[in-house]
Design a protein around this ligand. Structure first.
Ligand code: PLP
Length: 430
């Protein structure tokens, strides 16, 4: 397999774009490779500029539940484009998508659309602070909530220590209201509440997908809800990734725990830039222009993006079984690979939620970020490079989640397992 054209394109991009990419994870840095430049997607496949074809388990990092160039979504976008790209005035398309989103989530009465997950979370936090009149927030180490200042807080050592910014350019003053807790560890959250009586919200990925796939324990979420209620603190479920991926009616439907605010993104844009946050009416009414909490966006609720999102979510509505079908495939994939790894003496931890799958080369089950960091990164890098060579495009970091789209067939899953067998053998022999 030649990737000469990609190598050249990357060199040229590096001269003009920092690191050659417009979002860092794309650079293949954590697996020590160079990124593949894409020309086209088609169903389950990605095609690169050297003419190679890959089964795509990244799906644009989540949004493409129905694979590349889904006919319904494509037609809806083309139709919308013909009427104009943006108006900066209300359209019926926004109400239609809002109605769909609200219909899926018990905890959402009203929703506001923005243009990215980062924006959705940042605005949800402001809303929680405005609603409660408090300043502090609790986040979990290893959960990612976009790149806004207050949420870019590093995996700190102890729980309940005030966080340090994980990026230069973020003043410590901006993160001093962000308290860190340990995922799946209720004692660490209790310590945050002991340290501060000014906590506006606890934000969590109820199905964490940004430290690899690490779902929250049911009981942990129940206790989290209780702690929030006892302290007058709002609970935010960041479902930018897991929304319509982990389950069709949100994590609340599979965990039984209800959040106060939900943030969404990825799938709800069907591949276009869309984010959203929603809550019960009482909370959403705090938002400008109804209430005093300011939030705005020139391209928010963009008609083309709304059309793509509406097409994706209504397709899902007509085919509510789709996530259980995808889950069966996801399970088959990771169980198949785990078996092949095992026969080569490699221990693999696996998990799935709906169309999301995760695996760690780790001796022990992974319950939090600290556990995830004890995975074998070198083995992952080898696996990633060799699978790419075999025509299978996996996320280029062990701290990411894999995605099955409806375009992935059982046969492709079998082929992936076979390729993994070959790869594990080569790695353990060489
Ligand atoms: C992707 C993601 C975000 C950020 O969304 P962007 O659209 O990349 O800004 C926020 N939270 C979670 C859980 C995500 O997976």
């Amino acid at each position: 397999m030649s990737i000469d054209a990609s190598l050249k394109a990357f060199e040229e991009a590096e001269n003009l774009i920092p690191g050659g990419v417009n979002s860092p994870v794309r650079a293949f840095k954590s697996v020590g490779g160079t990124p593949i430049f894409i020309t086209e997607g088609e169903g389950a496949y990605l095609k690169d500029i050297d003419g190679n074809k890959y089964v795509d388990y990244v799906q644009s990092w989540g949004p493409l539940l129905f694979g590349h160039r889904d006919e319904t979504i494509e037609a809806a976008v083309i139709e919308a484009v013909k009427h104009g790209l943006s108006f900066g005035a209300p359209t019926v398309a926004e109400t239609e998508l809002a109605e769909l989103v609200v219909s899926y989530f018990d905890s959402i009465d009203k929703v506001r659309f923005v243009s990215s997950g980062t924006e959705a979370v940042m605005s949800a936090i402001r809303l929680a602070r405005g609603f409660t009149g408090r300043d502090d927030i609790v986040k979990f180490t290893g959960c990612y909530h976009g790149h806004s200042d207050a949420l870019l807080v590093e995996a700190g050592s102890g729980a309940a220590t005030f966080g340090n910014p994980s990026s230069p350019g973020v003043p410590a003053d901006f993160t001093k209201h962000t308290l860190l807790a340990t995922y799946n560890d209720i004692e660490s959250v209790k310590k945050c509440f002991a340290d501060s009586d000014n906590i506006a919200c606890v934000i969590i990925e109820p199905i964490a997908g940004n430290m690899g796939l690490v779902p929250a324990d049911k009981e942990f979420l129940v206790q989290l809800r209780e702690l929030c209620d006892a302290n007058g603190t709002l609970l935010i479920f960041d479902e930018v990734m897991s929304g319509f991926r982990g389950s069709i009616n949100g994590a609340e439907s599979i965990t039984g725990t209800k959040p106060d605010i939900v943030t969404l993104g990825k799938v709800i844009g069907g591949g276009m830039p869309v984010g959203a946050f929603g809550a019960r009416a009482e909370i959403m009414s705090m938002l400008s222009p109804e209430g005093p909490v300011y939030q705005a966006g020139t391209l928010s609720g963009n008609p083309v993006a709304m059309a793509a999102g509406y097409a994706a979510l209504s397709k899902l509505k007509q085919n509510a079984q789709v996530l259980s079908v995808l889950n069966a495939r996801a399970l088959r994939l990771v169980q198949g690979m785990q078996k092949e790894a095992h026969s080569c003496g490699i221990t693999m931890q696996i998990d799935t939620r709906g169309s999301m799958f995760g695996f760690f080369f780790n001796e022990k089950p992974v319950k939090n970020f600290e556990d995830a960091t004890h995975s074998d990164a070198e083995l992952f890098a080898k696996f990633h490079a060799a699978m790419l060579e075999e025509g299978f495009y996996f996320a280029c970091s062990l701290y990411e989640t894999g995605f099955i789209s409806t375009a992935v067939t059982d046969e492709m899953i079998e082929d992936t397992i076979k390729a993994s067998a070959k790869v594990f053998k080569a790695i353990t022999n060489g």
